[in-house]
Design a binder for this molecule. Structure first.
Ligand code: F6P
Length: 533
């Protein structure tokens, strides 16, 4: 079947089912067992959507027509699928712990990967048993969001020095983070794939000055994570404290290698290896599981269904896991930097909308903030709930029961809703009558029919976190293949960087704002006039 025929078939399914109340699909009592994917220990339930067997078949046919399996194999085997940068995409090699060789340009990359992993382990052990009390990771984007998210997620396993993160060029970030730390017992890790990112290099220089002035020794208390040997040596970081990686690891996919060093120092070598094992397990599942059994594939198809066919422009990531508080931000980069594109691989315009806006916050907090719009707003927001069967606080199990009940209640409420008749009964019980009864009832109606998926896992440990991250990586990959875009470049961040570089001397007053638009000129003028002289 051609891709356009497969696409048209899904459109037909959408047209045929759009007005249906999908709660009625549960009249088929096997639905919950059928519209889900399991790995050895995780479950993705997508039964609370409008997808039925025919729609799923059409979506799977779409994946076949897009040749997802061939693209997947090309990625795992080191082909240069990042065609605009001429690069392989091999973050999977970083967790291919006991797998076979992975060739790039005919050379096996695995010996290098394992050697660096071994060096990271030795270094992490040294730091963990040294006088170092605090580690500051300075990086931004993929050199910050991944480790920052994972360090918080795995805090119950953290038995190393305290780990802090500085990312923003706003001096507030570095000042607030370094205040209270001892320059003599702090390790600074400069994390930057390119070692040119202005925010990171500015913060790194500020931290170096802070350390020197405070009696620490940047010569021995700085390490670097980068693909740039020149950049790290020019900064003065000795070779033995540089952990390198190759250009086939994209920034937002780099947590699995040296960029994960702060996590490894925090949770130790064993914990980090369990995290890699989780990622590897998801890789093996993604490569082996067939059709509807394949969790990343089905997660992607549900995403494509909601965004490209149903027209829901955003998706909410709602972990009922406080320690996954930074997961929505991490997924924002993973999904929006990967699939926020307008042209296909061949440069032609993508004829449909591409990546959705991704946002969210942990439950239950979001319930008391933005869920109002999710339940009763005019837009449908597909929700992605996440919940662990167990918490890490056995003495406080009643908290966890409440957490689980809230998570499950939200997806049920979104699907079920509350009809006008039900709302009227409620209001009548409260004593309302006549026109006021109608008015009050209208405010208490929930349309329902709002889709969600739920990812359930036993406990947020390093292995499970590795699986979750790899699941989403592959989900983004499959969506990108179906859209025909390159999920592995990020040209959209460049223009703003170029203009910022050009504006810096203007803001400093060394150049005029001549030639800039009127708005920019006026804002520069405002800032200059209100600056402390
Ligand atoms: O500006 C976007 C970006 O290039 C991301 O893709 C990347 O994760 C981030 O900046 C940081 O880049 P680097 O690790 O090279 O400092």
């Amino acid at each position: 079947m051609t891709f356009s025929d497969a696409w048209a078939d899904v459109e037909v399914r959408h047209a045929a089912t759009a007005d249906r109340k999908f709660l009625s699909l549960f009249d088929d009592t096997g639905r919950a067992d059928t519209f889900r994917c399991d790995t050895s220990d995780m479950r993705l339930d997508y039964s609370k959507t409008n997808i039925d067997a025919e729609t799923r078949d059409a979506l799977l046919a779409l994946a076949d027509a897009a040749d997802v399996a061939a693209h997947r194999d090309a990625m795992f085997s080191g082909q240069k699928i990042n065609q605009t940068e001429g690069r392989a995409v091999l973050h999977t090699a970083l967790r291919n712990l006991d797998g076979g060789p992975v060739l790039v340009d005919g050379t096996d990359v695995m010996p290098g990967v394992l050697d660096t992993l071994g060096r990271m382990g030795v270094f992490a052990d040294e730091i963990r048993s040294s006088h170092i009390t605090d580690v500051v990771n300075i990086g931004i984007g993929g050199s910050d969001l991944g480790p920052a998210m994972a360090v918080q997620a795995l805090s119950p396993y953290h038995d190393g020095p305290a780990v802090h993160f500085v990312s923003n060029v706003d001096a507030a970030d570095v000042s607030d983070t370094l205040r209270g730390l001892d320059p003599k017992t702090t390790l600074v890790i400069v994390a930057s794939k390119t070692f040119t990112t202005v925010e990171t290099m500015t913060n790194a220089r500020t931290a170096r000055a802070w350390m020197s002035e405070g009696g620490g020794d940047p010569g021995t208390q700085f390490a670097a994570l980068s693909t740039s040997e020149d950049g790290t040596s020019q900064f003065g970081i000795p070779h033995e404290r540089v952990f390198g990686f190759e250009d086939w690891v994209g920034g937002r996919y780099s947590l699995w290698g040296p960029i994960g060093l702060s996590l490894m120092i925090g949770i130790g070598r064993r914990g980090f290896m369990a995290f890699l094992r989780g990622g590897q397990a998801m890789d093996l599942h993604f490569q082996a599981a067939q059709g509807a059994e394949n969790m990343p594939l089905m997660h992607a198809l549900v995403g494509i269904w909601h965004n490209q066919f149903c027209g829901h422009a955003t998706r909410a990531v709602l972990p009922y896991d406080q320690r996954l508080g930074q997961l929505p931000a991490y997924f924002q980069q993973l999904e929006m930097e990967s699939n926020g594109k307008s042209v296909r691989m061949d440069g032609s315009d993508v004829p449909v909308h591409t990546g959705p806006v991704v946002w969210g916050a942990p439950g239950t907090n979001g319930q008391h903030a933005f869920y109002q719009l999710i339940h009763q707003g005019t837009r449908t927001i597909p929700c992605e709930f996440m919940i662990a069967a167990q918490g890490h606080e056995p003495d406080l199990e009643h908290h966890h029961h409440l957490l689980v009940a809230n998570c499950l209640a939200q997806s049920e409420a979104l699907m079920r809703g509350r009809s006008t008749d039900e709302a009227r009964v409620l209001m009548r019980e409260k004593g309302f009558e006549g026109a006021e009864l109608d008015r009050q009832a209208a405010h208490r109606v929930f349309s329902g029919n709002r889709p969600s998926v739920t990812l359930a896992y036993p406990k947020l440990d390093p292995f499970v976190l590795g699986q979750i991250i790899a699941l989403y990586e592959h989900r983004v990959f499959v969506e990108g293949v179906i859209l025909g875009i390159n999920s592995f470049d990020q040209w959209g961040v460049e223009l703003g960087k170029e203009l910022a570089t050009a504006l810096q001397p203007v803001v400093e007053g060394a150049q005029t704002a001549d030639g800039k638009d009127g708005s920019t000129q006026a804002l520069v003028d405002f800032v200059q006039r209100h600056r402390v002289p």
